[in-house]
Design a protein around this ligand. Structure first.
Ligand code: HPA
Length: 273
């Protein structure tokens, strides 16, 4: 365990050497929000591969860099390229950056992702505020000896997605797109999209959207008392909800279309918190 902390401190010290002022807000850029990185001013970019002990992304088209700078004058770290369980990492690696953020002093994290819509009131291109999550199909990322440095063994999950921030996001979305959608995000391990039977089951369990990321990151952030906000871009209706065949290309295309509103919403949200 101490080894683990030592490894993390190597990453942290490397970053602190390069960045003078560390922000309080981190944004994980999912599919469809990558170009937010272009709007960041006064950038310091650090490649994952240069950070000691940091994992490196294997997904085609996913960048692997931490971007420090300001968005409309507000200091942020953007994580451009995240790690997924389906890439073969264990969940400790998937969530390694979140613990680094905590050690750097991050207080709020905005997790964004692409997701399949299960709720039939959703349509392709919608943005969904994540109100809560289902993680039945993932092992717990907190399994194993508890890292007391970050948080307690048994943690309350009733305010996992920060309620105050959800309300701010609702106002922001109403102001920018005239409506908001909210719902429960269900985690599936991937890398296959789900079968129609799985989607039917998830619907019965209360899911509104499904995706292959975010859930482990949210748990680790919450464990270490970072405030969590989540937004999903509904890039497709989930398997069997419509007759459409899912392709990664279509998912990316829809994410791109939603990008402008997605960026506006994130920028306005960080101004209001
Ligand atoms: N399922 C899982 N992950 C996803 C989907 C989906 O339908 N769309 C985008 N990411």
């Amino acid at each position: 365990m101490n080894n683990y902390i030592n490894e993390m401190m190597e990453s942290v010290n490397f970053i602190k050497d390069k960045v003078k002022k560390i922000p309080k807000i981190a944004i994980v850029l999912g599919s469809g929000l990558g170009s937010l990185a272009d709007d960041i001013k006064n950038k310091v970019i650090i490649n994952y591969k240069d950070i000691p002990n940091f994992p490196v992304s294997t997904v085609v088209g996913h960048k692997g860099e931490l971007i420090f700078g300001t968005l409309d004058k507000i200091p942020v770290i953007a994580m451009n390229g995240r790690f997924h369980y389906y890439e073969g990492y264990d969940l400790q690696k998937v969530t390694y950056p979140i613990r680094i953020f905590k050690l750097l002093g991050i207080e709020t994290i905005i997790l964004t992702n692409a997701a399949g819509g299960i709720n039939e009131n959703f349509k392709k291109g919608d943005l969904m505020i994540i109100r809560d999550q289902l993680s039945f199909f993932a092992e717990s990322v907190l399994r194993g000896p508890n890292m007391e440095e970050f948080g307690e063994r048994f943690i309350d999950m009733s305010n996992l997605y920060n309620k105050e921030y959800i309300n701010i996001l609702k106002d922001v979305m109403n102001d920018i797109i005239g409506e908001y959608k909210e719902g429960v995000y269900a985690y599936m391990k991937g890398p296959t999209y789900e079968t129609p039977a799985e989607i039917k089951a998830l619907k019965i369990l209360g899911a509104d959207a499904v995706g292959m990321s975010t859930v482990p990151e949210a748990v680790v952030a919450h464990h270490s008392s970072i405030k969590v906000v989540g937004i999903s871009c509904i890039t497709n209706m989930a398997a069997g909800v419509t007759n459409e065949i899912l392709t990664h290309e279509d998912v990316k295309k829809t994410a791109l279309k939603a990008e402008e509103n997605f960026k506006k919403i994130v920028k306005e949200f960080i101004k209001r918190i």
